[in-house]
Write a protein that binds this ligand. Sequence first.
Ligand SMILES: NC(=O)c1ccc[n+]([C@@H]2O[C@H](COP(=O)([O-])OP(=O)(O)OC[C@H]3O[C@@H](n4cnc5c(N)ncnc54)[C@H](OP(=O)(O)O)[C@@H]3O)[C@@H](O)[C@H]2O)c1
Length: 297
Amino acid sequence: MAKLELNIPDLTLPDGNKIPQIGYGTGTAWYKKKGDTSKDKALVEAIQTAIKVGYTHLDGAETYGTESELGEAISKSKVPREKLFVTTKVTDNIQDIPGAIDASLKKLGLKYVDLYLLHEPFFANGKEAELQQKWAQMEEVVAAGKAKSIGVSNFLRPDLDAILKTAKVRPAINQIELHPYLQHGNLLDFHKSKDIKVAAYGPLLPLTKFKGGPLDPLLVSLAKKYAVTEGEILLRWIIDQGVVAVTTSSKEQRLSDYLRVFTFDLTPKELEQITETGAQHHARGFWNHKFADTDKS
Ligand SMILES: NC(=O)c1ccc[n+]([C@@H]2O[C@H](COP(=O)([O-])OP(=O)(O)OC[C@H]3O[C@@H](n4cnc5c(N)ncnc54)[C@H](OP(=O)(O)O)[C@@H]3O)[C@@H](O)[C@H]2O)c1
């Protein structure tokens, strides 16, 4: 398969570091059951393929149980460390962030990660002081040189408001589920107003888990018009909002296809059509136990 000769664009984080606008995820489809210490060779190979195809942004988390596969693939790729952008996240060991980052780095075989995220705010049960205390520990991870940037994931406005009250280092990014069926009201505008970037996970959910929704015909017709896949239309909708897309695939062809998103543009009208059509339906693919079915936040 030919490697697409293109540079994946970066977004500049508020701390000045740069993040590639598409990332390869090692969760969800690759997630391991707790206590499973076996090595997933298929994942190591899939990450190596992703790097070969051109992905440099690799998304992990301690709770996925796949950091050692990510580390092995990075080591086997022989790509210089500074050319990669590696993310991991803390949640299982939230009570011991200094220990958690050390354990993650050991599994990854790295001296630092590019981005370290608080995986979710739910541990704090809405208690501001808890969020603020954990954020202060994240700041220490940066000070120790173990992460270049720090951020959060699955945070909504009240969670962000809480940490912004005491933060010395602003959260660089918030990684959230984002697709046309979950647009989160004005949450994206709030991020812009605070200069916090957004990364979208589950960007393909309207095509995978939620097929049969109102977007189906529009995705088919736009994919036909641009001679791309429906998935690429969904990724383009994310990219066009200045958001980082975090996807994954076990298939080289799909990974290679996804990079075409940087070679075509949807018109403003088409983007608006996707937004409006998507807003007619509501569906959440992750963390559903934390939200009422009708909650669009
Ligand atoms: N922070 C968080 O709480 C959180 C939560 C969830 C995910 N994440 C991160 O985000 C990454 C991506 O999440 P995601 O997997 O939900 O992303 P996604 O981009 O929405 O979905 C990717 C999945 O869709 C499948 N797929 C693609 N096109 C398809 C089609 N036409 N028909 C059927 N299946 C298709 C792929 O399978 P193939 O292998 O067949 O291509 C792959 O498993 C994760 O790996 C993880 O790193 C973070």
